[in-house]
Design a protein around this ligand. Structure first.
Ligand SMILES: [Zn+2]
Length: 138
């Protein structure tokens, strides 16, 4: 697993295996999700794979009624909106992901600071199969 390049493709492959991986700078310890080949902090290229805890808290969110076609295909529309949010991970980085297990029809019920846990969503089959990262209240 250490052999995989620090790329988007590797990141997605790990997701398919239900592993949430970032890259960590061996020199200064900074963690990047999605993984980066070199450290923006200290310019080191000495990176290693780092398995993320998959925990964090909700920093911001929005509820979407009119989404891209792949979300419409999943059954989301004006009557059935979905939630996307920014999660601050336990390790520090922030990332945008789907937020599951909340009532997107009642945005006021969703609270900033809610502890979140990672979830892997498998969509499509065969060649079209993809895994998405989501978070839901812990
Ligand atoms: Zn560094």
């Amino acid at each position: 697993m250490e052999e995989r390049p620090f790329s988007d493709i590797s990141y997605r492959k790990f997701l398919e295996e239900e592993k949430f991986m970032g890259s960590r700078c061996r020199k200064c310890g900074k963690i990047y999700v999605p993984p980066r080949r070199f450290c923006l902090e200290c310019r080191s290229e000495d990176m290693e794979w780092h398995e993320m805890k998959g925990e964090g808290e909700l920093a911001a969110y929005t509820c979407i009624s009119i989404g891209p076609s792949f979300m419409v295909e999943e059954g989301y529309d004006r009557k059935n909106p979905y939630c996307t949010g920014v999660v601050t991970l336990a390790e520090g980085p922030r990332m945008v992901a789907r937020i599951e297990g909340v009532d997107a029809r009642d945005p006021e019920s969703i609270k900033i600071g809610t502890p979140m846990k990672v979830e892997f969503l498998h969509r499509g089959e065969g060649e079209k199969a993809r895994t998405f990262l989501a978070f839901r209240p812990a």
